[in-house]
Design a protein around this ligand. Structure first.
Ligand SMILES: [Fe+2]
Length: 287
């Protein structure tokens, strides 16, 4: 396990940590070169992000799985360039593991990268084809082996949009749900994705919000904008937990209790939440 230096935060200076990004250049469908990665680092810093985790797809195209050593090396090189440019941001290593693979033996041998190289939390992605008993069993085996599991952007998968009780069941098992920031921002995601993201927020099932940024245009780093929206809808405590406190706890191998996230929600309903509730009611009325 590696211990990364993360700066303490306060209400005035939230120091967000973006737990899911594709900033490592040239390894997947994310940024393609170092120049773009440096621009993304600047953009993230301007959004209020001080650390982001590079989580490239473990498999992409025909190449073999990205090894922990390759990711470590790439992140070190990127941090060197970011430091030379003077951007106030640190990149930590990680990866996005597909649940179609059996990660456990590879994680135990240190071949595959955990979040922040912590050796305790992993970011996993559901197959786009659907969910099966095998998927649940894979998550269960990770949890039983003591790993903390973060499920990437469930709101983007049609099988989860149609089956929120399944997500509730996974959360009960101890899985943490990561919603993507753009799914919450008006006009940035499809209606089905946005509705599912709002529903997960309203049911207080979300543990982390991260950008899953891939480029400088359509899938950029918009975590600061999402944090503002969450602050307006659910209060400063929830916004800070989802974008700062929980990501930091996961990187430090600290236990995360969902009940501690969803506290201090303002009694007065914001305009944004009124709109969210109206959208969710319309969905229910439509059947
Ligand atoms: Fe991703």
């Amino acid at each position: 396990m590696r211990c990364w230096q993360l700066t303490p935060s306060s209400d005035a200076n939230p120091l967000m940590i973006d737990l899911h990004t594709h900033i490592l250049p040239g390894v997947d469908d994310g940024l393609q070169n170092a120049g773009e990665a440096l621009l993304l680092a600047e953009e993230a810093a301007a959004q209020g992000v001080t650390a982001l985790v590079a989580t490239p797809h473990l498999f992409w195209g025909a190449r073999p799985a990205l090894s922990a050593a390759q990711i470590r090396e790439g992140v070190e090189a990127l941090n060197h360039l970011i430091g030379e440019k003077g951007t106030p941001l640190t990149v930590l290593p990680g990866c996005e593991i597909p649940l179609t693979a059996d990660p456990l033996p590879h994680l135990l041998r240190g071949e595959w990268m955990s979040l922040g190289d912590s050796g305790c939390a992993v970011l996993v992605e559901s197959s786009w084809e659907g969910w099966s008993a095998d998927s649940t069993a894979t998550l269960q085996s990770l949890l039983e082996a003591g790993w903390t599991v973060v499920l990437a952007h469930p709101e983007r998968h049609a099988h989860f949009q149609r089956n929120l009780p399944l997500l509730e069941e996974l959360v009960q098992m101890g899985v943490h749900l990561q919603v993507t920031s753009s799914s919450l921002l008006p006009g940035r995601a499809s209606p089905a994705v946005a509705r599912c993201a709002y529903e997960l927020m309203e049911r207080q099932l979300v543990s982390v919000v991260a950008s899953d940024c891939h480029d400088l245009k359509r899938r950029r780093c918009d975590l600061g904008e999402a944090a503002d929206l969450i602050r307006r809808g659910y209060g400063a405590h929830v916004a800070r937990m989802l974008t700062t406190t929980v990501p930091r706890a996961l990187l430090r191998c600290e236990k995360v209790e969902r009940a501690r996230i969803w506290q201090n929600i303002p009694a007065a309903e914001s305009q944004w939440r009124r709109i969210v509730r109206a959208i969710l009611r319309r969905q229910t009325d439509d059947g």
